[in-house]
Design a protein around this ligand. Structure first.
Ligand code: F6R
Length: 656
């Protein structure tokens, strides 16, 4: 394997790591290693035994192996496979079953002999589980042991389903899933309640017995646990750390999953940047100074030469001449991110002495008022993520449009739908012809009869959210005539099978062409739990690429910003635009979020964080304001932050 981007291993990393720009490139390299192994074994007339994983991580690996089979004649005829795990209990035909996953993504698409594929069974009766697990281990031994084991990593640090405190010597067995693992899986099962509590998994020892182990991880949400596994001590608290003890293990990461490793986060700790092929450019300088300010718990302008020296940043203060000069570079970079005029000022009302509106720099910077387009993946992401900025843009006289990309119907509970349908039924407004159907649906939604997956029900759930969005936009001063409900086609598929395509891109391209915005805001999350934000971002990337190919004038003049959804904030050193909010604006944003009633207390996708969306939003934007303040900048009530969209951002972390 020859990774395209493999820095020298450094003393922080206790296992070999290969970092690739994106997961597709990384998966291709892993597939190539598998193909080489298979061909070598076929030449020798020996069987090849692969250990396989499921989940979102290996999807692109299986796609590449299928491609190699179809286009390059790679045959799986002599291959035996053993999968790591299966939920328990679990019928093999259930949509969430790993048996079904493997058939859909891999087994049914290549020439593997079904008799040579093995997975733990989720249907073995409880008393037979131990014997089943022993037989699984024996089958691995009988096949000659695993040649190459593929792994993903859970956010608990698990490999297979070896959750924290699984011992080094563990073998295949029945385990209880960690609450975080269950929450990560909950979207696939339609909520916490239906998510299994147990699984059958190969043990840590079964995995480490493999002759070669490759652990793959994509996305920022894996970055912290990857750092612990690679740079932390070997411990059963993070079972992936046991790979450090394997003689032939490799971590294969995309740039986002590698982002917390010392080599990227704080490379100056490894050695002089020049020796690492890096430079003290603006970003790196800012990152180091913010890190130092947080480490010493001092505002930037109070950092001294001693602070720089003791933290190993002599290199930086020397580059700038002194700590004082370096401080100014970091301080002004942060100060210049702040503006209360996210769309610029009305030139007719300019007064001498007005501070410049610094972050704006596109050719349209002086256009006033601007046409603004906020792209909101779900109907509430706009107000949750940038509600304060949205209100400011409207109040400052800009023409603000909001486009809701998907209906969000999947996150409306049956109970919420029942309330609305029962109201229509009981109001007497429904036509008699529909009364029986309404009654039938109300019965089903209130649990009297089983709920059928009626397509009309999903449409109505979508309508409920649409009206919540209209109502929330009204709080922000955006009239219904400037709201665009795109209903991107990809959302119609079952959650875990969603892929975007040209039809989605065409819908968004048409809107962009129609509005030709001067300012565009989009959700920059690549790690949202359900993947919708990531898909929406990919649709935008393609629509923008098409507009760029056509040399569209509006795009050349436009300013493009990414906001972060409810899940995470931008790291301070990545923020390009920070909009401060007053206490009144925070309350107005809260009122707008409240209009999304179906998402209150029962939202299906809250993830591990049990706070409601308005609380997350307020905590997050207040914490950001405090972070700015502790750097020595002004004290605001709250801050909403944005990052400039740079082409290439998206490719880096695309998971599929
Ligand atoms: C799956 C498995 C798990 C996953 C891990 C990451 O067979 O054993 O360890 O690899 O939970 O899941 P994803 O890839 O969905 O992030």
């Amino acid at each position: 394997m020859s990774p395209s981007h493999l820095l020298e291993r450094n003393h922080f990393e206790h296992a070999p790591v290969a970092v690739f720009t994106g997961s597709l490139e990384a998966s291709r390299m892993v597939a190539a290693e598998i193909a080489t192994l298979m061909r070598a074994r076929a030449r020798e007339g020996r069987p090849c035994v692969l250990g396989l994983a499921t989940g979102s991580t290996p999807v692109s690996l299986y796609a590449e192996l299928v491609r190699l089979h179809r286009e390059e004649g790679l045959s799986f005829a002599g291959v035996t496979t053993f999968n790591l795990d299966e939920y328990y209990p679990m019928e093999p035909e259930q949509p969430q079953s790993y048996h079904r996953f493997m058939r859909t993504h891999f087994f049914d698409k290549v020439d593997l002999d079904p008799a040579c594929t093995h997975l733990p069974s989720g249907t073995v009766p409880k008393p037979g589980v131990d014997a089943h697990c022993t037989a699984y281990e024996e089958a691995i031994q009988a096949a000659g042991g695993i040649d190459l084991q593929i792994l993903g990593i859970g956010r608990t640090g698990h490999i297979g389903f070896n959750e924290p405190s699984s011992p080094r010597h563990s073998l295949t067995r029945l385990v209880t899933l960690d609450p975080l693992t269950r929450r990560d899986a909950a979207a696939d099962f339609g909520g916490d309640q239906a998510t299994p509590r147990h699984a059958l998994t190969m043990g840590v020892r079964s995995i480490l017995n493999a002759r070669r182990v490759i652990l793959m991880a994509w996305g920022q949400h894996k970055a912290d646990i990857v750092r612990q596994a690679v740079e932390g001590e070997v411990s059963s608290r993070v079972t992936a750390s046991f790979l450090q003890e394997h003689a032939n293990a490799l971590y294969v990461l995309d740039a986002a999953a590698a982002g917390s490793l010392t080599r990227y986060r704080t490379p100056w700790l490894i050695g002089p940047l020049a020796e690492l092929g890096l430079a003290w450019d603006e970003r790196m300088t800012r990152r180091a100074i913010l890190w130092l300010s947080q480490l010493r718990q001092k505002p930037i302008l109070k950092l001294t030469d001693d602070d720089y020296n003791e933290a190993g940043l002599q290199d930086l203060s020397r580059t700038h001449g002194s700590a004082y000069e370096a401080n100014l570079v970091g301080f002004y970079q942060m100060q210049h991110t702040i503006t209360g005029w996210p769309g610029g000022r009305d030139p007719d009302r300019a007064k001498p002495g007005d501070a410049p509106v610094r972050p704006l720099r596109a050719p349209s910077a002086t256009v006033f008022p601007k046409r603004v387009l906020v792209l909101s993946p779900h109907p509430d992401d706009d107000v949750i993520s940038m509600g304060g900025t949205l209100c400011r843009l409207v109040d400052q006289g800009h023409e603000v449009h909001i486009a809701y990309e998907v209906s969000g119907a999947g996150a409306v509970s049956d109970e919420a739908a029942w309330r609305v349908l029962a109201f229509v039924r009981d109001s007497g407004l429904a036509e008699t012809a529909n009364a029986a159907r309404l009654d039938q649906l109300c019965q089903a939604l209130s649990g009297v009869t089983p709920v059928e997956a009626a397509p009309e029900l999903l449409r109505w759930k979508g309508l409920i959210r649409r009206h919540e969005a209209i109502s929330a936009a009204r709080v922000c001063g955006v009239p219904e005539s400037r709201l665009h409900f795109l209903n991107l086609p990809f959302y119609a598929a079952e959650a875990r099978r969603r892929r975007y395509g040209p039809a989605d891109v065409a819908v968004l391209s048409a809107l962009l062409e129609q509005l030709q915005p001067h300012l565009l805001y989009a959700a920059g999350d690549l790690d949202d739990p359900h993947g919708t934000h990531r898909l929406c971002l990919q649709v935008l990337r393609d629509a923008i690429a098409q507009a760029a190919d056509k040399k569209t004038a509006w795009l050349a003049a436009a300013e493009l910003w990414l906001y972060r959804g409810a899940w995470a904030e931008w790291p301070l050193d990545e923020i390009d635009l920070a909009v401060p909010l007053s206490p009144q604006e925070v309350l107005r944003r809260r009122r707008a979020i409240f209009r999304h009633e179906t998402q209150k207390d029962q939202a299906l996708f809250l993830g591990e964080d049990r706070r409601e969306f308005w609380q997350r939003t307020e905590d997050r934007s207040r914490r950001l304001a405090q972070a700015y303040n502790s750097l020595g900048l002004a004290e605001y009530e709250a801050v909403e932050a944005f990052r400039r969209y740079a082409p290439g951002d998206f490719v880096r972390t695309a998971a599929f």
